[in-house]
Write a protein that binds this ligand. Structure first.
Ligand code: NOJ
Length: 564
């Protein structure tokens, strides 16, 4: 009998994230769409995953690729119609899969009707849906904005002689959660989608929703760190709890918050079951590992260390050892491709490092999130010229730097590793022109390596491909409850070549050994006892267990054993 009591589908499921603009174009306009996803549902099912997370598909002027929503109940015409959405949802259900949508409610688009009304007059019924600062009070206290060319989160609006707040671009005004009408609107939107049959939400920058509406000067403890300030709003948990009571409690759905600025010390405030807020959230500790301190877009000069990587994951595992539940991801639409970032995408090491990283995510506790293309080892594109980029983040930071007379060459070099567009290039279905993504020129250039084995068609029938390793590994996780719920124990924290750990559930015990180096490496696991180590899976034919407690790995080799 297993001791696992609080079993949940969203703990046992594997998530597959789809960036709709880049997945499959069915109309031939170079932009992915909903019918394109419908065409690929059998493929998605064949991966063995359980839950699809769809980035925003709502009506939007696309200042930030759908993260600026003009109609929360409407579908973006480029992506299709509500009929297409219903078709997609039905196809997902038919295959026994679940669908999680993006909920973007820290801000709307400035083209949302609420904002159009709000900015018309100070007396508008919608005035208080957004954060306004009347100009007669002087310049508002400094707030920093992610995508503003001047880095200023307050935008002056002549019509009513006032400033509005936008933590992201000036076309993404922040909604005022302090207004109960706004909260009611959000809850109604959520119910609308749940009543349609959607299974949950990934909540965009949910940690930012609560603001001190006295708009004080930035308190000194937050100097240089707006993100922590933004994520520490006074009523954040009151709102999340209210959302739970008003909406979430009534449905069997999953929630995962995107939570920049939230560290280990606050983790359980979000996901302790007794608090009735969220199921999971994404922290940013790993995403910050190879970046300059507090500069999430700047690559750090020295290389990250494996011991640091292990510490992040071990600490977060410990945070949820008794309560709550974690979420595991190595990349998404905001960060570069995992194999290029945490592995090695050179020809020699691409296959092994991609499959090693898959093995890692699928043997850790916490729900694993994969990003489209990760299953075939898609890599960073590394654009050379600014004209190739489409992302507002890269484009606007380039503008800022240009104005300031900064080093544009250094900037472009940094973006080769850091840019979000690295992860947004079209899905590589085959080796043909445009990689089977579209008949027309795609909205963002296809990575040339789709002709070189990094595509679904050429990996489909190769039993040793990255794609088929992914399928096998997903299957293995599903077959072994201990890999999902088992307790995690890190072995040899300071080993900079190998990440080794055990997972234990009652009498089930697994040993995971991951080579994080392009050289052969050896580990002697003196601290654990076992009679036999039966190999469950390896990404290399080389027999790593040479006897006793000694394991010798090929570069980037990954092995999972059952210990007896
Ligand atoms: C986080 C999203 O993941 C990102 O793509 C977006 O630009 C910002 N939030 C603003 O919505």
């Amino acid at each position: 009998m297993h001791r696992v009591t609080n079993r949940k589908w969203w703990k046992e499921g594997v998530v597959y994230q789809i960036y709709p603009r880049s997945f499959q174009d069915s109309t031939g306009n170079g932009i992915g769409d909903l019918r394109g996803i419908v065409e690929r549902l059998d493929y998605i099912k064949s991966l063995g995953i359980d839950i699809i997370w769809l980035n925003p598909v709502y009506a939007s002027p696309n200042d930030d690729n759908g993260y600026d929503i003009a109609d929360y109940r409407g579908i973006m015409p480029e992506f299709g119609t509500m009929e297409d959405f219903d078709l997609l949802l039905a196809g997902i259900r038919e295959r026994g899969l679940k669908l999680v949508m993006d909920l973007v409610v820290n801000h709307s688009s400035d083209e949302h009707n609420w904002f159009l009304e709000s900015r018309k007059s100070r007396n508008s019924a919608y005035r208080d849906y957004y954060h306004w600062w009347p100009a007669e009070k002087g310049t508002p206290p400094k707030r920093w904005s992610y995508f503003d060319v001047e880095g200023d989160a307050w935008n002056y609006d002549e019509r009513t002689d006032a400033y509005y707040l936008h933590s992201f671009s000036e076309k993404q005004p922040d909604l005022k959660w302090e207004n109960p009408k706004v909260r009611k609107e959000v809850y109604d939107i959520m119910k609308f989608w749940f009543d349609k049959g959607v299974d949950g939400f990934r909540m965009d920058v949910i940690s930012f929703i609560s603001k001190d509406t006295d708009y004080p000067e930035l308190p000194s403890e937050y100097e240089g760190d707006f993100v922590s300030f933004y994520s520490n709003g006074p009523k954040l948990h009151e709102y999340l709890h209210e959302m739970h009571t008003e909406v979430l409690d009534r449905y069997d759905v999953m929630t995962v918050g995107e939570a920049p600025g939230i560290g280990l010390d606050k983790a359980l405030d979000f996901v302790d079951e007794d608090r009735k807020e969220l199921n999971m959230f994404f922290h940013f500790d790993l995403m910050a590992l190879d970046r300059e301190e507090k500069e999430v877009f700047l690559m750090r000069k020295d290389k990250w260390k494996l011991s640091e990587f292990k510490k992040i994951h071990s600490d977060w595992d410990a945070a949820f050892a008794q309560k709550g539940w974690g979420s595991m991801f190595l990349n998404n639409h905001d960060f570069p491709r995992s194999v290029s970032r945490w592995g090695d995408d050179s020809e020699a090491n691409w296959h092994h490092s991609a499959t090693m990283l898959q093995t890692f995510l699928l043997t850790m506790r916490g729900t694993p999130y994969f990003y489209y293309g990760e299953e075939i080892g898609m890599t960073n594109i590394e654009f050379d010229r600014i004209s190739e980029y489409r992302d507002i983040n890269t484009l606007n930071r380039y503008q800022t730097l240009k104005r300031e007379g900064g080093d544009l060459e250094a900037f472009l070099l940094n973006e080769k590793d850091a840019s979000r567009d690295n992860a947004r290039t079209p899905m590589q279905w085959d080796g043909s022109k445009n990689a089977g993504f579209s008949k027309q020129r795609p909205w963002l250039r296809v990575n040339g390596n789709h002709t070189n084995g990094i595509n679904v068609a050429s990996q489909e029938n190769d039993p040793n491909s990255v794609l088929n390793h992914f399928r096998k590994m997903v299957h293995i996780r599903k077959q072994h409850l201990g890999l999902i719920y088992g307790s995690y124990r890190l072995l040899q924290q300071n080993n900079e070549d190998i990440y080794a750990y055990t997972r234990t559930l009652d009498r089930e015990r697994y040993l995971v050994i991951l080579g994080f180096t392009d050289k052969k490496s050896t580990i002697v696991l003196g601290e654990i006892e076992f009679d036999r180590a039966d190999l469950l899976i390896s990404n290399d034919g080389h027999r790593a267990h040479t006897g006793g407690n000694v394991f010798e790995l090929m570069p980037y080799q990954a092995c999972v054993y059952v210990l007896r």
